[in-house]
Design a binder for this molecule. Structure first.
Ligand code: XMP
Length: 513
């Protein structure tokens, strides 16, 4: 492999994946690897340096993840971030201890002497701290580079060894010169160029798919969203008609979506496509089920069983392709990320049955959403598809809170179509990264004409986000919200109230389930 990288070893910090993103934004390939990844696995990425992420543990706690022993003799530049820095220190003979007070939030650091890590940044700068322990004494060979009021060693380094540690988080936007610091590390210290782009991923991915699939047959689960479309196009480029796409209508798609997906994919993409109408089957399996995680598992398992059925029909299929993205992998506690906490089981990662017969092909497993879009444009996917808001695998199943039924799905479909139609008409579809309606499991009292109503409530959700890992609620214009509300109550039978969700992620999530 000629492509170089600066991988991030994952010690379980909530923003570990942001480190990966920031490095890629600098034109250098990166992946998040488990902290105990083998030396061989790390070297397979042709690393020019290593970043150690933050994490929730204390270095001296029993069972706390430790610095991999191979790193000590690897002769690679290392940047330890927060817990990563404490590990460097602990492993090399420095001293780490709990401070009198935990440090969380903004802090000002002062750079002690000019240093390559802080090239082109001011002597005093605002950073974001989030740590319990701190460094009390540097390991031999290290010198202090920066300090803050609470951290005498806010940054440290051993220039001969090219090992650096910082107590703050350069990956979050609140660290004013975080990008510059990472640039100084990956370009300056590690000596990487800036050759990597999401589009260069396309040719690599095609090669990797060919190597994995050989002459085998692949089924691709097509949802109509940008992810599975890009996955399908990549695989089709790689292995041609060894690929068959399967689109399953689970009865939980949006208004008119099922017909549109089939038509567009057959006409535009010339990819062999089997359409399966499985609405009844899904709704029967979901009857009476209200628990979000159970719904996700049921829907995920049904999908797989249907694909297995289709695979048998086609005959001799060994692979199942999915448009799984990096954030899905990270948030779902997939096997290659053991340290995070499960937030929700995205069905295309965590909900796969243990006895599944097909092997997975996931060409987008290491890409962020905007990188998938860039790859989609490169592959000639029409802009309209490329910029579609994401739609979760379990579809309306996780937007109908409480038990799912065909009637409730119909109610939600109509409300959602009105919302999205008005959003587009106002020219604001692209200004939000995800917008949808949610059907709540409660009824409320209203008055319509001269009569009392006791009917359903629709919540509208619209968010702005860079990466779907964090998000803010969209400040939509009042008159747009008023129009949407009035149309929903007037045009959707059984709804008498509309509310707007003003929660950010965290602490909420984008979907309600
Ligand atoms: P949350 O709700 O976790 O969602 O903030 C983050 C992004 O992921 C989408 N999402 C899913 N996508 N399968 C998917 O393919 C799933 O099970 C799933 N659950 C959530 C969600 O729509 C948002 O874009």
């Amino acid at each position: 492999m000629t492509q170089v990288s600066v991988p991030v070893l994952d010690f379980g910090g909530q923003t570990a994946q942001l480190l990966v993103r920031r490095v890629r934004e600098l034109g250098v390939y990166s992946e998040l690897l488990p902290h105990d990844a083998t030396e061989t696995a790390v070297h397979a990425l042709n690393p020019q340096g290593i970043i150690l992420s933050g994490g929730p543990a204390s270095v001296y706690e029993p069972g706390a993840p430790q610095l991999p022993a191979w790193l000590l003799t690897a002769d690679l530049p290392v940047l330890g971030v927060c817990y990563g820095m404490q590990l460097q220190s602990y492993a090399l003979g420095g001293q780490v201890a709990p401070p009198a007070e935990r440090e969380f939030g903004p802090a000002t650091i002062e750079i002690l002497d000019e240093h390559a890590l802080f090239t082109a940044t001011p002597r005093e700068q605002l950073v974001w701290m989030s740590h319990g322990d701190r460094l009390e004494a540097l390991p031999p060979g290290f010198h202090p580079i920066a300090r803050s009021a609470n951290s005498p060693f806010a940054a440290m380094g051993d220039d001969a060894r090219r090992w650096y540690g910082i107590q703050f988080h350069p990956e979050v936007v609140h660290t004013r010169f975080g990008r510059e610091l990472l640039r100084n590390f990956v370009h300056g210290v590690c000596g990487c160029g800036s050759d990597w782009q999401a589009s260069s991923f396309v040719s690599d991915a095609i090669e990797r798919i060919r190597a994995q699939v050989g002459s085998g047959k692949v089924l691709c689960a097509l949802s109509g969203g940008v992810d599975s479309a890009v996955a399908a196009l990549l695989i089709h480029r790689a292995v041609g008609d060894q690929l068959t796409c399967v689109f399953v209508d689970n009865g939980l798609m949006r208004l008119g979506e099922a017909a549109q997906v089939v038509e567009t994919f057959r006409e535009h993409f010339y990819v062999p496509l089997v359409a399966v109408d499985a609405a009844e089957e899904f709704l029967a399996a979901l009857e009476g089920v209200a628990d979000p995680e159970r719904k996700r598992k049921i829907i995920g398992e049904k999908f797989i069983r249907i694909f297995e059925r289709e695979a048998r029909r086609i005959g001799n299929v060994q692979f199942l392709a999915q448009g799984t993205l990096y954030p899905d992998v990270i948030e779902s506690k997939a096997p290659d990320r053991q340290k995070g906490v499960t937030i929700k089981t995205h069905h295309n990662v965590g909900g796969l049955p243990a006895d599944m017969q097909l092997k997975l092909v996931e060409p987008l497993r290491y890409l962020f959403k905007d990188e998938v879009r860039a790859a989609g444009l490169e592959l000639g996917l029409p802009e309209d598809w490329v910029w579609r808001h994401p739609f979760p695998g379990p579809g309306l199943g996780v937007r109908i809170l409480g038990p799912v039924s065909w009637e409730r799905a119909e109610t939600l479909r109509r409300a959602d179509a009105i919302f999205i139609g008005e959003l587009r008409a106002a020219g604001l579809y692209r200004a939000t990264q995800q917008a949808f309606a949610v059907l709540l499991p409660i009824q409320s009292v209203g008055v319509m004409g001269d009569g009392r109503t006791y009917a359903d409530v629709i919540a509208l959700r619209a968010v702005t986000t860079e990466d779907y890992m964090t998000a803010d609620w969209a400040r939509l214009p009042d008159d747009l919200l008023a129009r949407v509300s009035s149309r929903i109550v007037n045009e959707v039978p059984g709804v008498n109230r509309v509310v707007y969700d003003i929660s950010s992620k965290p602490p909420s999530t984008i979907e309600w389930e």
